[in-house]
Design a protein around this ligand. Sequence first.
Ligand SMILES: Nc1ncnc2c1ncn2[C@@H]1O[C@H](COP(=O)(O)OP(=O)(O)OP(=O)(O)O)[C@@H](O)[C@H]1O
Length: 234
Amino acid sequence: MLEAIYLTKAYDNLLVLDGASFKVEKNQIVGLLGPNGSGKTTIIKLINDLIKPTSGHIIFKGHKLNIEDKSNIAYLPERSALNMSQTVLDVIKMYKDFFSDFNQEHAKHILKLFEVPVTKRLSQLSKGQRGKVQLALTLGRKVDLYILDEPLDGMDPASRDLIMKIVLKYKKEDSTVLISTHQITDIESYLDYVILLKNGKIIEADLAKNLESRHNLTLSAYFKEVYKYDEEII
Ligand SMILES: Nc1ncnc2c1ncn2[C@@H]1O[C@H](COP(=O)(O)OP(=O)(O)OP(=O)(O)O)[C@@H](O)[C@H]1O
């Protein structure tokens, strides 16, 4: 479904992504995991063609990713670009007009589950409620690849669990979901495949069950082990 081949990104000679290669199959929930600044959003922006790689490329469904593929990728950005003066119902209508694959009933149902008041303007909603609107819009689409950048950020514990259940229920069958997060405990039980980043390099890319059995640790325990800070210098 999606393959990154030696992706590199540099800003002013500073390498922030260093030869990242991974291969993700269809019908998988994939965790793109790593601490702050490790390169998760950089990879996501490259897949969404928002930035260009310094070298390397991306294969999507067997061909080099191109502009037309954008219509088959639903992207939940880290920061929303929606017009805050619009009501939730307005943005649902806008999505329906813009994306032929968008199912507004699904989006409305997801928002009902989250108890988000759909007649309010986005500016009148809380940060978590706005995140849920963005999630409902993204999952309302029927695409082969869903990319969710930090969907659990700012969400309360009950919502975090519900988000993962909703992702499983509403994503298109046989599609792939790439989720970037550092809130590993909330999603580890849902992940089929994991990509672990550290300082712009991929340190592991494997099925979650392989990684757990190889290290004899749960994903979250392994995550803590790999990313622990040097506390001796406190
Ligand atoms: N436009 C830019 N110019 C220079 N450096 C950048 C730019 N965008 C990102 N970086 C750097 O690239 C590195 C990776 O950033 P990225 O946003 O991909 O991290 P992340 O893993 O998504 O982090 P977080 O969990 O904090 O969102 C960071 O060191 C960041 O400072």
